[in-house]
Each structure stands twice: as structure tokens, then as C-alpha cells.
Design a protein around this ligand. Sequence first.
Ligand code: ISL
Ligand code: CA
Length: 536
Amino acid sequence: MKETDTISWWQEGVIYQIYPRSFMDSNGDGIGDLNGILTKLDYLVDLGVDAIWLSPIYPSPDVDFGYDVSDYLSIDPKFGNLQDFDQLISEAHSRGIHVILDLVLNHTSDRHPWFKEALSSRDNPYHDWYIWKDASPDHRPPNNWQSIFGGSAWEYVPKLGQYYYHMFYKEQPDVNWRNPQVRRAMLDVIRFWLERGVDGFRLDVFNVYFKHADFPDNPPALGLRGFDRQKHMYDINQPELLPLLAEIRQIVDQYPQRYLVGETFLSTAEHAAKYCSTKLLHAAFNFEFLHCPWNPARFLNSIQRWETALQRENGWPNYVLNNHDTPRSATRYVKGEKDERLKVLATLLLTLRGTPFIYYGEEIGMRNISLKRSEILDPVGKRFWPFFKGRDICRSPMQWDGSLYAGFSEKTPWLPVHPNHVWRNVEAQRADPDSLFNFYRALIRLRRELPALRRGLFQPLTFDPVSLLAYLRVLPGQTLLIALNFSRKPRRLMLGRELTKKPWKLVLTSHKQQHPLVGKDYLSLQGYEAVILLQD
Ligand code: ISL
Ligand code: CA
């Protein structure tokens, strides 16, 4: 079979998101760090991933745990220093692992020197680096815009008689991307890290960078709380964004094989697709899987929408089941501790056409932790408890082994380890051939071995929408059939004549016992079974 070389590492590869605070602590302060990640690179090689994306590692006062940056050009001492970073990059590269940094360029921390200057007076040169509006005589906020983290997006500074704008916490003032100096400074940040050898960036909430120049009120919408009770017409997705993305892309393209993936804030598949092209971003996240119920028709619908939306620009899909903002898929889809549904999901994630993202711990089925109100650290959790308990639940320490702190640290970790770490951990799962970990490993290895899994066309099969999801991945000379049984009961997938002309070979099943799979014109699946079959 002839393979083309036009496909990049980020299209073929599997990307693993690390939340650095929670991955591995090397110096016993209860917080994960770069040297901790370094000691786990071989683990990542063994799992088979091609790249790691690190959630922010820059100096931060941690109001939003790194997403409030107070210096873009260095490393927070709790994570290490620039030498540690350089070493991590070179050790990762020598193992064939790419490194992607998280860039938070929509807002800074309120402790960033730029903002401190901006606060000092109205005519300070940095004042215009942020978004200000004079207070009206009746002291009402300049417009109806809301912060997604609760309340008005405008914070009043009595000393200046002005409000500044923040989409997130008030400790995260949005920068003024219309100011040419801001633009230059931010583009320099990108160059700085490219020069240091990073392979790409995840752009935090990139579609919030520009707000409408006239600050009109957002029109009302149906919703439960303030932020959702308006249509976000003017505070996100403004047309000025496109030339900026093009400029960022040009910078990145000066370095070979770099990758830009944007976090599309409040976005549909169709909208995310508009930002993906050879002149804009390589990819933008589509988060629909994070909200899919346990229903094959819903997953298929989401896949087809994404494939269709991306067709116009020949864009490349990506799929995400977990990240640091969302309850873990293992908790969303499973009540107890069984992993059979998670194997179905893993098969889906790793056999679709597109880049799969794995969030640390997903490969061993880590569950959400539950916290008492007094243990919550995420400010949104404090604010909206008990309706929304915040995002700490999906950020607990990686479960390496069954020891007191799960092999993550010698000291009390910054967030509690899940009590199930005693038996749900990397060490135990590595030793068990039927574990979820070994299943992820096998799937990733298969992606490497079978080109149709990486680049084959996605072709859904007619199916029983309540319980089955089945599709082909097709390349000339190699056809794969993937069948996922979402039901706990055995099911048959009718194949029809076309598909039974040539024999199928079973390459992977999520179930221990292999059984007579292919009948005359059907495939029989056990409850919650996921299979991959090959026809060459
Ligand atoms: O976490 C959310 C709701 O509680 C999301 O709406 C989240 O705010 C949104 O997806 C944007 O997320 C990104 O930017 C935020 C940061 O807090 C998130 O961790 C980050 O992923 C502000 O930088
Ligand atoms: Ca540490």
C-alpha cells in the first residue's frame, strides 16, 4: 500500500493532556512539576502517545490555577525553571514526543506587571493594554456583558473612576488586542516559545480575543443564569480575529511541523470549523463529545456534523472525551467501577478519523473525586456550590500506585487522591492484561500499525441506533470495520452482501473471550463489546 507523506504528526498522532499540578511531584511539595513529568516520559512512550499538551506552566498567582498568567516568558518556580523546561523538551523529543504549550493570551493575571502599570493611572502607557470604560454618573456597568464565572464582566476601579473588562474572574483582566503594542508583545511570546523548541500551542479561548469595538449590549436569550441569558453576539467571535489568526499562523509556519489548536469558547462544530484552514488554525476543538449522552445515535450525529463542517476547508477533526474543565467521562458514563463502557469509548476515540486527545488518567479510568464544600479550591465551585461544584473534581492527582498518595507525591497533595487509587492505578493496570490501560495501549499500537486507522475515510454503516455504532475506515487496500455495542445485551450487526464478500479478520476485541464473531451476513457482539476487524 502506498502511503503519502502529506499528513502531519498531529493528524496521525495521539495527544495527551497533562495538568502539570496533578501529574507527578518530584520534590515533595504536593504539587506536580516539570521534573515529575520528566520521570514519566517513559510511561508516555509505553502508552504510545505522540505529543503532550501541558496546561499552563507560567508564573501564576493561581486564582485560576495557571490560566491567570503573570509572566509569559518564564516558568512558575513551583513547576521548575527554564532549564528544567529545556531538558523536558529535549528528553521528550529524543523519545519522539512532541510538546504543546497552553497559551492564555486573552487575559493576564491582575498581578501581571502590565496590569499593575495599567492600574496606576489613566495615562500610564500600559493603561490601554486592557479594556476600560468610564463610569457613568449612575455608576452602572458600561453594558450588560457578563463574566462566564458569574456576575458582571466589568470591575470598577474607584481610583480611576473606570471599569475594566474580564470574561473570566476579575483577577483575569482581558487584554486589549486592538492595541498594536499588545499585539506585538503577544506575538513575541509565541516566537519566544517557538525558538525554545515547542511543537505547538493550544490557544486558550482564542475566539474571545476581540470584542465589538462599540460595546453594544448582548441581546437576550433563554437560559438559567445571567451569562446564559444572553446571546453572545458582541463579546466573542468578532471578525477582527481572522486576520490575527492568519498572522499567528504565518509566524508558526516559519518553523517546520508546528501545530496550532484553538479552544473555541461556546462553540458549535460548524463555528469551530470556520477557524480551521491552511491559513488559520490547524485545528479547533469541538467539545460535543463532552456533552453526548450514552447513545450511539448522538455520537454518530456529532461525528457526522463535525466531518461535514470541516469538509469545506479540508479540515482535520479532533475528538475529546475529557479535559481539565469537565467531569471525567468515567464518572459521566459509569455509575460504579466497571470499565466495560470505557473500553467502548476508548475504541471510539481511537478509531475515528481525526486527532484523539487523552486527558491524564483517562487511560486508567480515573473517576471524579468528591469534595466537601470546605475542600473546594476552584473559585467557580465556591461561588456556585451546590449547583456546580467546580472543576477540582477532574483534577485530582494521577494514580500511579496504591500507596498513601498514589505514588504522586510524598506529601499531602494539593487535591486529595481518589480513594479508589488503592486498586485503580497504573501499576496494577500494567500488570493486568485485561485492564483499561492495556486496552488503550493496544488501540494506540493498532493506530500505528494500520494506516487505515490513521488516514482512512470514515464511512458509517446503517445500524441499530439504540445500541450499535458501526463504521468502516477505508484506504485502498485496507478496510477496517469497527463495531461498538452500547448495550449491555448481546447484539447482532447485519452486514449485508457487500460486506461479507471477503473474509474479516478480528484484530481487537474489548472482551476476553473470542467467540464466533462473523455469521453468514452478520456480526455478533457481546454486551458492551467493541471490536475491530480487518479486510485486506
Ligand atoms: O470551565 C468552564 C465552565 O466552568 C468553561 O466554560 C471554561 O471557562 C471555558 O471552556 C474556557 O476555558 C479555558 O479558559 C478559562 C480557564 O478557566 C479554563 O480552565 C480554560 O480551559 C480561562 O482561562
Ligand atoms: Ca513539586
